[in-house]
Design a protein around this ligand. Sequence first.
Ligand code: ADP
Length: 555
Amino acid sequence: MRKRIFWNIFLSSLIAALLLGGVILLAQYRSFETLMFSELSTECMYVESGLSSASDEQAYLKDLPSSDRVTLIAADGTVLFDSSSNASTLKNHADRPEIIAAKATGEGTSSRFSETQLIKNFYYARLLPDGRILRIADSQKSVLGMLGSLLPTMLVILFAIVVISALFARYAAKTIVQPINALDLENPLGNASYDELAPLLTGMERQRREIVSRMTALSEKQREFTAVTENMREGFILLDAADRMIAINGSAAQTFGAEPAHVIGSHVLMLNRSVGLQQALEQSKKNGSGQATLIRGASTYQVLASQVTDNLSPAGTVILILDISDRVAAEQMRREFSANVSHELKTPLTSILGYAEIMRDGVAKAEDTRRFAGKIYSEAAQLMSLIEDIIRLSQLDEKTSLPEMTTVNLKEICEDVCLRLQPQAEKAGVSVNVNCSPANVRGIPKILEEIVQNLVDNAIKYNTSNGSVGVTLKLVGNRVELSVSDTGIGIPEEHLSRVFERFYRVDRSRNKQIGGTGLGLSIVKHSAETLGATVQLQSKLGIGTTVTISFPSVD
Ligand code: ADP
């Protein structure tokens, strides 16, 4: 713009200066012509007065000191004398404009241009009283000739004009552009600039406001998007059409051990090259969506990939990564549980069938029949307690069929259970000591009873003869603590973490004699969690075991 203004002003000033120079030259030339004719007229007057008193006209005219051309012409146009050439060689001058004019009006002027000499001749003719015509001629270089002689001066003037025009144009361009350059585009209406710019600045202000409002809306949307994706527990990755990452949330970045800022813009396979991810991606490109399983360390993930289209052409891919470790573990547990249940049910049933078959076929001796019936009875009782435990666990799993929680006197429950198990303890040669402070907890009486029953039952079962069981109930801070300890066989350290698993038994052959189902402790743990209590187990092989349940206090 500055250049354009410069050239416009520069050329305009140059053209204006040249036109002005031309006009001045022309005007000067015109005044020069007028002056020339008036000088010729004066000279003609002098020559005429000299001619009238001269005795020898030809000699007089010849000796004239003037450098101008003097011609005497007869009334018929015949040249009588010419100071610059032989009069007899010259053609008749009757047709010359100045001669015609002089004959008609008494005087005549004319000028003619000689293209060959670049010279202009000026003629002044006067009618003498005797009818002859006296003509004085002078020549002057033409305009072009004059210009030629003036050329050096003109070039100097032209150079000066060019320099001055350039300087002026530069200054003017700078002055015009400066307020435009100084415009504050952040605040268009705050500029005190040219009035002509007002519509432009108003338009800019309108656009600026629109841009600001759109940017605000966009960043608000971006914030919402980030807030939503960042708060998702699922991993979220957004890819462009070339599978480069546009967005990745914290959960996905954590899953793949990446830093979001470092991976944005790179190909998704740079994040993870697992077959699962590639499969999900390829499937989604083929069918619109795809899924696969991805295993990282101890965790299992489900990868869901969906294509995003824009006017039917692929615009990118959304990848969701769901941590399904718990689901997989639960499924695994359920599978194991079903297998265990079948196995556990089958064992007593096989025994029952065996004894029943012998009795049915009459193979058993009369004295053995009673013993076999007793075996069938104890196997059936074991089967029954197993089924009861399974039912109890599934009730705890379901949660729906559980009665409402109430305030329960736990001391009473502990004492009742211990009383009930007294015969069993005596049979095993174990003493049971109950030391309970009065304590109420929030819970379901039946479930609390089962907890105490299972713990005391285990403490008796896995004890040694002459051993003891201690049941204590006390308030610790704002919690109620129930602990059942024994001086029994204890649990080897490597089994400690697993005894709460369903059907887990430390010593299967020994347990078979004792008659456990392997579900007691898992029912205890599950029940305690249902009531909001925590379970702790400490055990030393050959020394004894203590299980502590800590209940939240009743408000
Ligand atoms: P079970 O019905 O077989 O007793 P539990 O779930 O109650 O099943 O216990 C799981 C296993 O933990 C038992 O088989 C036993 O080996 C061990 N156990 C439980 N309580 C005790 C304890 N007080 N002393 C020693 N071992 C125990």
